[in-house]
Design a protein around this ligand. Structure first.
Ligand SMILES: CC(C)(COP(=O)(O)OP(=O)(O)OC[C@H]1O[C@@H](n2cnc3c(N)ncnc32)[C@H](O)[C@@H]1OP(=O)(O)O)[C@@H](O)C(=O)NCCC(=O)NCCSC(=O)C[C@@H](O)CCCCCCCCCCCCC(=O)O
Length: 237
């Protein structure tokens, strides 16, 4: 599930909870969507923080559900889009891990604050899939195509420090990233909504200058990844 808490000082906190690694199941995805709706429609909420329970942000989509469902009635990519479009700033507070869909969720946020010992990555390739919730579009927009391809194709986890250098993370802290994110969200929510609206529009304009997100559903991209990752398909093995 995802817990919604209305904090003091015009903030809302959305906390992912699905032990042991807060993986995004359909229930968690629904919880995030409903919590976002609450935060967006509450005029007294000026900024939102997303975090995970029990000291871990999120290890990605709940792979236990891959065995049960072939299709899903809720799309993580749509939630990522909704966060990005949101005029209220959203901050991801990353503890321990942001992997796969967890990193995609964080990339949809406007800011990412991570603990110094956190790790991020796109391990999807090791499962024979690709980051299917906007990661293939959002990561290259932040770090450039070569670095994004390296991370997506290798599936390696990188340290918060490397992620900071690449531009995936905005700030590293040695203290509690949730507390730091709340303080940060509080600071930026003090700006007038007109300033926030202008900034948000400018960022949207800038990213649209990078071109349309063709890869969202590109069949060729999906086939390429399956070719690379499914045993027996690549190199005639
Ligand atoms: C996380 C690890 C690094 C931890 O390693 P460690 O050595 O510390 O511990 P263990 O390996 O023993 O793991 C502990 C415990 O946790 C369980 N677990 C780990 N990861 C997951 C997971 N992702 N889901 C469920 N459970 C997980 C593990 O089984 C152990 O449990 P136990 O009971 O045995 O104690 C390490 O475990 C690791 O590397 N895990 C894999 C991480 C990973 O591969 N993540 C990527 C997942 S794929 C993904 O995220 C795809 C995305 O791009 C989104 C694509 C969208 C489709 C998703 C559909 C799912 C439904 C959600 C609704 C949205 C629908 C939609 O958008 O279409």
């Amino acid at each position: 599930m995802a817990e919604f808490t209305r904090l003091q000082n015009c903030l809302a906190l959305i906390r992912l909870r699905n032990p042991p690694v807060n993986a995004i199941s359909t229930t968690v995805a629904r919880g995030i969507k409903e919590s976002l709706q609450k935060a967006i429609t509450d005029d007294t909420v000026k900024a939102i923080v997303i975090c995970g329970a029990d000291g871990i942000f999120c290890a990605g989509a709940d792979i236990r559900e891959f065995k049960v469902h072939k299709t899903f009635d809720i799309q993580l990519g749509d939630i990522v889009d909704e966060i990005q479009r949101n005029k209220k700033p959203v901050v991801a507070a990353i503890q321990k891990l942001a992997l796969g869909g967890g990193l995609e969720l964080a990339l949809g946020c406007h800011y990412r604050i991570a603990h110094a010992e956190a790790q991020v990555g796109f391990p999807e390739v090791t499962l024979g899939i690709l980051p299917g919730a906007r990661g293939t579009q959002l990561l290259p927009r932040l770090v450039g195509v070569p670095a994004a391809l390296d991370l997506i194709i290798s599936g390696r986890h990188i340290s918060a420090n490397e992620a900071l250098k690449l531009g995936i993370i905005d700030k590293i802290v040695n203290s509690d990233p949730i507390e730091e994110s709340i303080k940060f969200a509080q600071r930026i929510s003090g700006q007038s909504s007109q300033e926030l609206q202008m900034t948000s529009d400018m960022v949207a304009d800038k990213s649209s200058a990078l071109g349309p997100p063709k890869g969202y559903t590109s069949k060729a991209t999906i086939e390429f990844f399956f070719y690379l990752t499914v045993p027996g398909l690549c190199c005639g093995m």
